[in-house]
Design a binder for this molecule. Structure first.
Ligand SMILES: [Zn+2]
Length: 249
């Protein structure tokens, strides 16, 4: 009985490790996909800011060309000022020059605005370049690490399964069936340690007589509340095989 129970405890630990490894392995591609998404988001943001900078620069060039045009028109108007015949024409030309100068000032203000926009965008671009490079580095390093761990998990799972196959024949068939049924119906936890007369899985206090029987360790005993196979952690036979011996690497 002791031996069967000890092996069952061991089996449960093995199955727990296998589940943890399988979960870790299943998480890896999700984590990698998340990092890829972060990288492509960062690249998208950077491209967006670069596009905004380009358009600010284009607008500035257009404004500068317009100012050049306006300067040309102003010179022509000034030239005409020397050739006008009537006062009315003179006043009209002066007004024209005034209007052109107004427009030039407006355009020059806009040019300054676009320069400021470009400057702030250049700062944002540097920041987004940094973020993109970080996201890229993270994907490369952590992604490689995750892939390595997933590959290692396969090897570990295989060796744990081998160990399980080796232990299984040592358990009486009837007990093995009970164990599997319990495990399937109780979230993979068929056995529960008992400490200070309390089931460590469902936290129920055992009736005193049952706890005494458990300490005697002469037959299989089940938790009256959660129906799991219970064992007393204080018993020499189970001290070594009790769980919490650490998660797989
Ligand atoms: Zn219980």
């Amino acid at each position: 009985m002791q031996n069967t129970l000890r092996i069952l405890i061991e089996l449960q630990e093995i199955e727990k490790k296998v589940r943890a490894l399988a979960e870790q392995k299943a998480r890896a591609p999700i984590q990698i996909a998340m990092m890829q998404e972060e990288e492509s988001k960062a690249a998208g943001k950077l491209a967006e800011k670069e596009e905004m900078l380009k358009s600010a620069q284009r607008l500035r060039k257009e404004l500068e060309r317009e100012v050049e045009d306006l300067e040309g028109r102003k010179s022509k108007s000034k030239q005409r000022l020397l050739e006008v015949k009537t006062n009315k024409e003179y006043q009209a030309t002066l007004k024209e020059i005034d209007d052109i100068e107004d427009l030039i000032r407006k355009r020059e203000d806009q040019i300054i605005e676009e320069m400021e926009v470009a400057e702030s965008l250049a700062g944002e671009i540097r920041e987004h370049e940094r973020l993109l490079s970080e996201a890229h580095k993270r994907l490369e390093q952590e992604g490689a690490q995750l892939e390595k761990e997933a590959a290692k998990a396969d090897t570990l799972i295989a060796s744990l399964e081998e160990e399980k196959e080796r232990l299984k024949p040592q358990i009486p068939a009837e007990m093995w069936q009970k164990y599997q049924l319990l495990s399937a119906n109780r979230g993979g936890v068929a056995l529960a340690p008992v400490n200070h007369s309390t089931c460590q899985v469902c936290h129920m206090n055992l009736p005193p007589q049952l706890f005494i029987d458990l300490q005697r360790n002469e037959k299989m005993i089940y938790c009256p509340n959660c129906q799991r196979i219970i064992y007393w952690v204080g018993h020499e036979a189970y001290k070594q095989s009790s769980p919490a011996s650490g998660e797989p690497e």
